[in-house]
Design a protein around this ligand. Structure first.
Ligand code: ADP
Ligand code: MG
Length: 293
């Protein structure tokens, strides 16, 4: 009789926009202690818009944006798209760049007019061991308090500008945190973004635990750390970077416009790109498997 119940259960899930790749995970969902969400593109829209630019003395805002857009010319990252759009909106001429290099979870690098230029976040700066000049630091602190993502333009190893971008928290994210708390599930957030941006978003949403400035290759270790506390853990994410963490989690959940890699690493795929479906998944698991015991 069990296969029949499972068949009904998975078709019920499918009708709710949930594709179940591993039915054991579907069964585990009702026992979850902690659910870890990726931030960008999962809890937030992931559609950044440039809101502000700061530069060091002697550097023009437009020149800084031009350099940034040049270096971001080859990147698919949402940050890159935002920078290129900002340059286009301001009708800035973007110089040619060569030797594009993506630095996973840190930023990008290229050569522009014979100079070595990087664009990236705090993880990049620590990698380059670059000090942030105080006007840029003050700018970044204020932006961080507002939950804005900041990337730096680094020319020949020297940070010359900072660009602040706003992302939007999804309406459904507020409700899913409430729903999961009502189900006695701890909610955590995992991101490569800076600690202050992560905390601002987490405070806004009432999220219990924050893991910030985590490099892509370390995301699965974070999941394991929580598992080592004896917890049954789900990970929810959409990106290539999230794939190892999805695999590691007891229940890996790919959401929405998820990349192929994320989808292939997940146990359950939420096709409607709605964080609320994570709550529905837990409830469906409870309702389905209670009957079987
Ligand atoms: P998330 O965990 O939020 O999905 P990523 O792992 O993709 O983020 O990126 C982590 C951080 O690395 C970003 O917040 C940013 O600081 C930096 N970064 C990554 N890609 C780029 C890029 N193309 N341009 C600038 N910064 C980038
Ligand atoms: Mg993401």
């Amino acid at each position: 009789a069990i296969p029949l119940v499972v068949a009904i259960n998975t078709s019920l899930a499918a009708r709710n926009g949930m594709l179940v790749r591993d039915r054991i995970a579907m069964e585990d969902a009702r026992n979850l202690d902690t659910i870890i969400f990726d931030k960008t593109g999962t809890l937030t829209e992931g559609e950044h818009g440039v809101v502000d630019v700061a530069t060091v003395a002697g550097t023009d805002e437009e020149d800084a944006l031009a350099l940034a857009a040049a270096v971001e010319g080859d990147s698919e990252h949402m940050i890159a798209r935002a920078v290129r759009e900002a340059a286009a909106e301001r009708r800035i001429t973007v110089p040619d760049a060569t030797g594009f290099e993506a630095m996973k979870g840190r930023g990008v690098r290229a050569q522009v007019a014979g100079e070595d230029v990087h664009v990236g976040g705090p993880n990049l700066l620590s990698h380059l061991e670059a000090d942030v000049p105080s006007p840029l630091r003050r700018f970044a602190d204020t932006a961080g308090e507002h939950g804005r993502t900041v990337v730096y333009v680094v020319r020949e190893g020297e940070p010359i500008a900072a660009v602040a971008m706003a992302d939007v928290i999804r309406e459904e994210s507020y409700r899913v945190v409430e729903t999961l708390h009502a189900l006695d599930i701890e909610v955590a957030m995992l991101t490569g973004d800076s600690r202050d941006v992560a905390s601002a978003v987490a405070d806004e949403l009432g999220i219990d635990t924050v893991f910030a400035e985590v490099l892509p290759e370390d995301k699965d270790e974070t999941v394991q750390e929580v598992q080592n506390q004896g917890k049954l853990v789900a990970m929810v994410g959409d990106g290539v970077n999230d794939a190892p963490a999805l695999t590691r989690a007891d229940v890996g959940i790919a959401i929405g416009s998820g990349t192929d890699v994320a989808v292939q690493s997940a146990d359950v795929i939420l096709v409607q790109n709605n964080p609320m479906d994570v709550g529905r998944l837990v409830k469906l698991s409870e309702a389905s498997y209670r009957k079987m015991q």
